[in-house]
Design a protein. Structure first.
Length: 421
């Protein structure tokens, strides 16, 4: 009895050793040197090292033992031959580049441009350019690799703002700094909120709180789960590996190394509510939700004037406020009034109802820069903007919509009261 017990332990142990050996020791340091010496690699296509307009590729792990070889997957351009793969068609050596797909042809398959709203918008732009109808301040729509709208859109010499993949403007706006904006603006948090809204929508009774965003549409660098706070990646919103943590019950949020005072819009509120990670708008929402739940328990419906106050993805109340005189005013992310933009319900109801403060926000972000757009007195974009003796029509986001003219009366958006709006 005792002997057989011992034996089985030995057996298990040796099996374990064998499996262990087999799976982890193979790709040890030095394996590839021997492998390359004995087996060798095929030369990868030049596409990855060249990476110019006609020869593009992506470096990937090679499908060889221990990924020993260099591997480059070429991306074929428009009109180039491609293989659509499928059962029994052999290995695929490359794929069509971004925005292209492999279409079956009469004799051969070739890469053709995907059909999408963004590509259609680009085609329209290109056609207007060929016809000489394009304005000097218009920008070609940008699409991503799947033919969807790019994560943000820019107005030349003004600002960039986040957009959804179907081209709707979203929360998040920064100064247009070209390459710098390209590197720093990711709009992941902004797009996450949009997705959350479309999936959860209005099907739930109380608003669902999404992750906190910064004003540029990135993720706020801190996330708290109950009272424990972590540092998160501002691009992905994922908690960083080995992130330091703090417990709000005992520590201050400012003790996290990723805390950035400039990004915190509620520093004062944080001090007054040290054990919560919230904002005045969220707290207000929470209070109203509790009142409604209480009223339901008491079996009467409390209609809270048509719903909950909505908070923006940065957890602020919004960019429009109502002052003590009952006028709407434009405010920045810290609740400070921007210039004297305002609208009065009684004296100018149209201006009051259409007020979006988009121009006020843009000019505020532009700060001291020259050639700022002109806003209406309610903070919306004036539909005609002029620069260096030429005037142009813009939409509600300040984007030029047609070719500029020296004579304003020739513009399609011209109205006799264009100056005052
Ligand atoms: C890209 O590089 C390849 C190989 O060096 C060359 O044949 C091709 O003409 C280049 N294309 C452009 C657009 O420069």
């Amino acid at each position: 009895m005792a002997a057989s017990f011992k034996l089985s332990i030995c057996f298990l142990f040796s099996l374990f050793c064998f499996v262990y050996n087999d799976s982890t020791i193979l790709c040890e340091v030095g394996f590839c040197r021997t492998y390359l010496h004995e087996t060798g690699c095929t030369t990868p296509p030049i596409h990855c090292t060249v990476n110019n307009a006609t020869h593009q590729g992506i470096n990937l792990l090679s499908p060889t033992v221990c990924n020993c070889c260099d591997y480059c997957m070429p991306l074929y351009g428009e009109g180039e031959h491609c293989s659509r793969g499928g059962p029994g068609t052999g290995t695929t050596v490359g794929r069509c580049g971004d925005g292209l797909y492999c279409q079956q042809g009469e004799e051969d398959d070739v890469c053709v441009r995907m059909k999408s709203d963004c590509h259609t918008a680009q085609d329209k732009y290109d056609e207007r350019e060929r016809n000489g109808e394009l304005g000097a301040m218009e920008a070609r729509p940008r699409c991503d690799g799947k033919g969807k709208f790019y994560k943000f859109e820019c107005v030349p010499a003004q600002t960039c703002f986040c957009q959804s993949d179907d081209g709707r403007r979203l929360f998040g706006e920064v100064l247009n700094l070209g390459v710098i904006t390209e590197k720093s603006m990711h709009c992941g948090c902004s797009r996450f909120h949009d997705l959350m809204r479309s999936i959860i929508g209005k099907s739930v009774p109380a608003p669902v709180v999404g992750p906190r965003c910064t004003t540029d549409g990135n993720f706020f660098p801190i996330r708290c789960i109950n009272n424990i706070c972590y540092c998160v990646d501002k691009v992905t919103g994922i908690i960083e590996k080995d992130s330091p943590t703090i417990d709000l019950e005992r520590q201050s949020i400012t003790q996290l190394p990723c805390y950035d005072k400039d990004l915190d819009l509620f520093a004062e509120f944080d001090q007054e509510h040290p054990s919560t990670f919230q904002s005045p708008c969220l707290l207000n929402q929470e209070r109203i939700a509790e009142e409604i739940l209480d009223s339901e328990e008491d079996e009467f419906d409390l209609d809270y004037f048509g719903g909950f106050p909505e908070c923006l993805p940065d957890w602020t109340y919004g960019r429009i406020a109502v002052n003590s005189a009952g006028q709407k005013v434009c405010i920045d992310e810290r609740g400070r009034q921007i210039e004297n933009y305002h609208a009065d319900r009684k004296t100018d109801p149209a201006s009051f109802n259409n007020m979006d403060c988009k121009c006020a926000q843009t000019t505020n972000i532009m700060g001291d820069l020259p050639e700022k757009p002109i806003c209406c007195k309610n903070g919306n974009f004036r539909r005609i903007q002029c620069r260096r003796g030429m005037c142009r029509c813009v939409d509600s986001d300040g984007k030029q919509t047609e070719k500029e003219m020296a004579d304003v009366t020739k513009l399609s958006c011209y109205t006799s009261d264009w100056k005052t709006c």
